[in-house]
Design a protein around this ligand. Structure first.
Ligand code: F6P
Length: 556
């Protein structure tokens, strides 16, 4: 055991979990009318109800004490003060500086970064205005109405999720596509429906070394030049978002067409930076700013509210309770808003790349379970797919239900149906249905005793499945910004509690290195396919099987 699990607060929470094992949430609600008021928080346009978790006042107090024991407030201060908290990469973590419009200074290595942040934001603003007003045109003089964002991971998921989420704010006539996968089908599908004369390619890569992004960008450039565009027109159709000017230049993009950010912006925390250019081009710079302002409102709440009134902290603490003391190894993100359909994918990277770690920041075994598996789908689609397991599976899965009270596109009674499903699911997960209730219901429906005996066990719902509900008036740029910032800070707090570095991602490296060694062994890349023997038997066998097909199919 190491770190947090040795604290008396952790042990005390384990005692509480054992003591509560025979008590149901249904009983907790029946005995206490005040749960909703006490276990809910409103901030930055969001309302969080965490009362449908198996907690008591005592547990909430103990969770808050745990936060104090790990010095969560000190960790928060260190982050905001630009300390090098990403120790394995010797970097500060200051995405909050990107969305602060006040004149506050943010220091990294003694230097105030707020001025360069503002300058880069102004450059983005001017570029958006020039492009939207037709002053920045394509090489044949046509306006650029289409953006193709080429990036992957944080340089794709954030901008794509936000663009989809804010569809009602799209500027009329503009189109945005996102290409991430190195699978050539992804880019080809997009190239098939766009016009080179009216397209701007936005090559988004923090490092500008990512294989997938560079391959897609090279192929997009070749396609563009093949359309008859002269070499010097690349400057009118390609811009780069990066921290790496040398590689951008080497790729052939003029640094004048580069929007910069800094190594203290983590890839999965970067949509607020130049990486947000595709968002701003699609919804307008003012709406992009409102997204940033919404996130800043959550930052201010996170920075100032005491632990038990602090939405990100309590969401994190309840998550730790479910993960470490209630056995929830998976966590579902369930947006009841179709436009948030990419939120689960976005949060998969944000959470799993941040907290999927087995060692503490000092390199010791972490000793407790860390980040859960994050998955999800928009409601009500998920209900007709995997909710069966949420309700009756053998594992406890915790979940976040997210819904706006008002729809951006009211249509008949659709939104009322959507909301009733959202509320019903959280109630059903919490209450469940006892065998006694099932039997009584079946008897009322006129079923015979043998029928009831046979079916009743299948119709029982154990209940006690934890969920949070996050509601807002409407999904707007500001509430979306607050929602994303809420999750960013939740993830940060959980990392602090578990003692891991939430800002590195060494776990993605091994596969990248191995892929480089396998690439020349794949037939059609290798001039002559060799019988491959330098890997394990399974990998060798698969490479040789694929190569046999590929060498016999010269069309590939
Ligand atoms: O390989 C993982 C990763 O480094 C992510 O953390 C990052 O968001 C993604 O790759 C893309 O990186 P880049 O923006 O440097 O191309």
């Amino acid at each position: 055991m190491s770190g947090v699990s040795k604290t008396s607060e952790w042990q005390s929470l384990a005692d509480s979990a054992a003591a509560l094992s025979d008590i149901s949430m249904r009983d907790m609600f029946a005995e206490d009318q005040g749960r909703f008021e006490r276990f809910s928080i409103e901030a930055a346009g969001l309302f969080l109800d965490y009362s449908k978790n198996k907690i008591t006042d005592e547990v909430a107090d103990k969770l808050a004490a745990l936060a104090v024991a790990v010095d969560i407030e000190g960790a928060r201060k260190d982050m905001i003060e630009g300390k090098s908290i990403n120790k394995t990469e010797s970097r500060a973590v200051l995405h909050v500086a990107l969305r602060d419009f006040a004149a506050r200074a943010y220091h990294v290595d003694g230097e105030d970064v707020s001025q360069p942040v503002r300058a880069e934001r102004d450059k983005m603003k001017k570029f958006c205005a020039d492009l939207h007003q037709g002053m920045f045109k394509g090489h044949t003089g046509k306006s650029l109405d289409t953006v193709v964002n080429i990036g992957i991971g944080g340089s794709d998921l954030g901008p794509q999720m936000v663009v989809d989420a804010l569809r009602p704010y799209w500027i009329n006539g503009r189109r945005a596509f996102f290409v991430s996968n190195v699978d050539g089908q992804h880019l080809s599908d997009v190239l098939a429906v766009i016009d080179p004369e009216t397209t701007l390619f936005v090559v988004a890569s923090k490092t500008f070394t990512t294989q997938e992004t560079l391959a897609n960008a090279q192929s997009a450039k070749a396609w563009f030049l093949n359309s008859g565009a002269p070499e010097d027109s690349v400057a009118k159709h390609f811009v780069a978002l990066s921290t790496n000017e040398a590689s951008v230049t080497a790729f052939g993009i003029d640094p004048k067409n580069m929007f910069r950010f800094w190594d203290w912006v983590g890839g999965r925390y970067s949509l607020w930076s130049a990486i947000g250019l595709s968002i701003a081009l699609q919804i307008g710079f003012e709406n992009f700013e409102n997204l940033l302002r919404g996130a800043h409102a959550m930052d201010e709440h996170f920075r100032t509210a005491p632990v038990k009134e602090n939405m990100p902290m309590m969401l994190a603490l309840v998550g730790v309770w479910n993960r470490n003391f209630q056995g929830a190894a998976a966590h579902a993100v369930l947006p009841y808003d179709q436009h948030l359909h990419r939120l689960p994918a976005y949060l998969q990277q944000a959470d799993m790349e941040s907290n999927g770690k087995t060692v503490t920041i000092d390199g010791a075994p972490v000793g407790v379970e860390t980040g859960p598996v994050i998955f999800g789908e928009p409601g009500t689609n998920g209900q007709h797919a995997f909710y069966q397991l949420l309700h009756q599976g053998t594992d406890i899965v915790s979940s976040d239900f997210i819904a706006p009270a008002l729809s951006q596109s009211p249509l008949g009674a659709h939104h009322e149906m959507l909301l009733s499903n959202f509320l019903a699911q959280t109630e059903a997960l919490m209450r469940g249905k006892t065998e006694k209730e099932v039997r009584a219901e079946m008897a009322t429906e006129g079923h015979s005793k043998p029928e009831i005996d046979a079916l009743a066990p299948h119709k029982v719902f154990p209940g006690d499945r934890p969920s949070n509900s996050i509601v807002m008036e409407k999904l707007t740029p500001a509430t979306l910004g607050a929602l994303i910032a809420l999750y960013e800070h939740k993830i940060f707090c959980q990392g602090v509690i578990w003692g891991v570095n939430s800002f590195d991602q060494w776990g993605v490296e091994l596969g990248k290195v191995l892929a480089k060694s396998i690439l020349p062994e794949i037939a059609a890349i290798a001039a002559q396919a060799q019988h491959v023997t330098d890997h394990d038997a399974s990998t060798n066998g698969l490479i040789n099987w694929i190569n046999e097909i590929r060498t016999n199919n010269k069309g590939e």
